[in-house]
Design a protein around this ligand. Structure first.
Ligand code: GLU
Length: 366
């Protein structure tokens, strides 16, 4: 997973987006970046590493003025974690800027087609392909940004939560969602965009959670319209009043302080967890299987199904469960498991792990 944050309105966007990225750190990431339009220029900074590294880089690097900004914490799926592959990404003209959570599965043919049309690419990401596809549509069809995003997305296969804006029209951000979460905080002549509500809770309690296949153009001083990406039909957005309070924000987006502690103290956990303590310390609760704890701990075998980096996480699970709980574990590639007719005993427990970009095979395997 990764995190996306955006702001458009009348406040200074930089601190909102930066703090928002900090609140989304729990989602895991390898790089961070931010783009701000300061009234004259589109400024950006991005780096492999932590949000704190980004913060020191930005303060040395760019002006933090401006009331429109987008920010991203990346969990690399296409291209190694480095400064260039970090988001935001720009179109060839430098006008469009995008942040993206997810994966564009058919990015290769799209990239080839764009290359044939003269586009060049700095990064190895699927995201840079998408932003150039949007630009290409905008140029070819002579349409507004929202329409160009919609046409481009209808040519993609994959999963995404995106936020994109055009520096020539810095009064709107286009957002869209398929498979990755996206919340819009609705304030007074201002909007917040984020992977979950934690980045904007102190500013507004009103949130719209886009459904899969929906997009919106958020504009200052204008009512927001939500549409279906595939057929352009208008959707009546459900504005939800959030019940979360400051304490829950302080938990950094975690449901429980325990999860926050787990994230912050991996070494302590490694030394502490033993057998039943897996339960007491919340590791199994984290998996949401409270009702099946005994089945879990008495399992004859645990099968972990995952792909990509999640498969590597599965190897860690194999180590932890075998070492501490003495339960045999098998870690399987979801992309192969899905095509077999696997032998699973009633005393086996199957765990599926996924993160952005690796979901399709794992869902099919389940
Ligand atoms: N697929 C994109 C990339 O590799 C986005 C990954 C993410 O969700 O952070 O850059």
């Amino acid at each position: 997973m990764c995190g996306i944050v955006g702001y458009i309105g009348h406040r200074k966007a930089y601190p909102i987006v930066l703090n928002g990225l900090k609140r989304l750190e729990y989602r895991g990431y390898d790089s961070a970046g931010i783009a701000i339009y300061d009234g004259n220029e589109l400024k950006f900074s991005k780096t492999k590493g932590k949000v704190a590294d980004l913060e020191s880089k930005i303060e040395a690097d760019i002006s933090t003025q401006g009331t429109i900004a987008i920010g991203h914490t990346r969990w690399a799926t296409h291209g190694v974690p480095n400064d260039v592959n970090s988001h935001p990404h720009f179109s060839n003209s430098g006008d469009l800027v995008i942040i993206h959570n997810g994966i564009i599965e058919n990015y290769e043919p799209l990239k080839q087609e764009l290359k044939n049309r003269g586009y060049t690419f700095q990064s190895d990401t699927d995201t840079e392909v998408l932003v150039n596809l949007i630009e290409d549509v905008q140029k070819k069809e002579g349409v507004k940004l929202g329409k160009a995003v919609q046409i481009a997305l209808n040519q993609t296969i994959g999963a995404y939560a995106i936020a994109v804006f055009d520096r020539r029209k810095p009064n709107e951000i286009v957002v869209a969602r398929l498979g990755s979460p996206l919340a819009i905080g609705v304030g007074d002549k201002e909007f917040f965009i984020a992977s979950d509500a934690s980045p904007f809770l102190e500013f507004t309690k009103n949130a719209i959670y886009l459904e899969d296949g929906e997009m919106a153009v958020v504009r200052t001083h204008k009512e927001m319209k939500v549409r279906k990406i595939h057929d352009d039909s208008l959707v009546d957005p459900y504005v939800q009043e959030l019940q979360m309070n400051l304490e829950q924000i302080e938990k950094g987006g975690y449901d429980h302080f325990m999860l926050k502690e787990i994230y912050e103290q991996p070494d302590a956990i490694r030394d502490t967890f033993r057998g039943r303590m897996l339960v007491d310390q919340g590791l199994i609760k984290m998996a949401g299987v409270d009702d099946h704890i005994d089945k879990f701990l008495n399992a004859k075998r645990i099968i972990v199904v995952a792909c990509g980096t999640s498969w590597h996480a599965g190897l860690v699970a194999e180590y932890v469960f075998e070492e501490l709980a003495r339960i045999p574990v098998e870690v399987e590639y979801a992309s192969e498991f899905r095509y077999r007719n696997p032998v699973i005993d009633k005393d086996d427990v199957l765990i599926a792990i996924s993160q952005s970009g690796e979901t399709a095979d794992t869902m099919a395997a389940i």
